[in-house]
Design a protein around this ligand. Sequence first.
Ligand code: NAP
Ligand code: HSE
Length: 428
Amino acid sequence: MTTPLRLGIAGLGTVGVGVVKIVRQKATLLEQRTGRPVVISAVSARSKGKDRGVNLSGYAWEDDAVALAKRDDVDVFVELMGGENGPAKASIEAAIAAGKHVVTANKALLAHHGQSIAAAAEEKGVVVRYEAAVAGGIPVIKALTEGLAGNEISRVMGVMNGTCNYILTRMQDAGLPYDEVFAEADALGYLEADPNLDVGGIDAGHKLALLASIAFGTQVSFDSMELEGIQRISIEDINLAADMGFKIKLLGVAQLTGRGLEQRMTPCLVPEDSPLGQLTGGTNMVVIEGDAVEQIVLRGPGAGEGPTASAVIGDICDVARGVQYPTFGVPATELIAPTPAHSNSPAPYYLRMSLLDRPGALAKIAAALGETGVSIDRMRQRHNDGTAAPVLIVTHKTQRAAINDAIALMQDSGVLASEPVALRIETI
Ligand code: NAP
Ligand code: HSE
């Protein structure tokens, strides 16, 4: 009889229940695939009495996740509570200190405390695995750390927040304004408890920061990411972009250049016939470029009980097999502290402005662009909507700094009725 791998699971919500179900329903398969039984010793959540639709009677119960993490009958502490600090952080640290391996889906925690957690785990000789933290069911961390281990990675990008992609595609398909689709997403339970994590780009930014660390061997650097959410994207932007053959996506891009680590999670226009342009609903996509492999595209469900539990179980199986490597692919002590760099690679930009409808207003906009060296590719003015004249401009390739300077001049000129929207057009 081989030694079972004994789990302690803290958090019995969407993901935790999904993990319990797979461990119970696929016990034989997991044993065949890992060579040993995978069993649950104990579980923990806030409310012991809650009906979770799964039989927990065979498992010990702990009210306190830290106590669960330290139990003698637990080999792997599975943290599925969430939260950047609080019990998630305390229990993971306690588990590592007690010599337990850790599997988690918690991107917020690792984006902020990944370096110290990785260092502690490596000192103790235990692993911290977090496949489910990035792009749900897509095995992107495994792809980067294992399958692509022989590559110098040049760029990682993708759509990593299913809720934002749902909102943007639903706005386009139904012709509905942002506020209405946001309310729909809320009613469907798609939004995080703090919706700004989704629509503000923070959740996707956490995920990109983890991928960048693995891809470039740098310390996780979430605080230096350029972040912009989708709250200011209007149905008008979506329709105008569609007229020109583009879709709007909350797109993350990370690359290490001579100037430093560029990381941005911002709404961008992408060609509608590109793989990213064709991504609909809550699906995620990650594009990885490496010197040997060239480009690979991974696509799949970014959230939900089954996909996320699938990723957690994948990590648990690796621990059962004895697969052991550093948290971010190279030892924590060797991760480089990155120099943050603003991305300044030239790209065309989409600009939408509302102009006060009076003589010379358009000339002032054109002059502002001319003065900052931004060349206009296409321009369209719509009928005055009652308060102002909507104007759309697509520029030739330019740098974001020049667009920002042009917007500042436009604002000084007093012809803008509201703050302009400026979106990068990303060609992939
Ligand atoms: P959830 O449904 O809200 O469940 C959270 C669970 O944690 C609940 O069982 C809750 O207990 C328990 N919990 C919360 N605070 C606790 C505390 N202080 N002490 C003990 N237990 C506590 O969350 P989820 O959607 O499963 O997400 C779990 C983790 O997976 C998060 O890190 C999330 O970011 C990540 N994730 C989720 C998805 C997804 O699709 N849901 C996808 C990728 C990653 P009660 O049930 O008793 O209230
Ligand atoms: N709120 C996240 C999303 C859940 O919409 O992608 C998965 O991390």
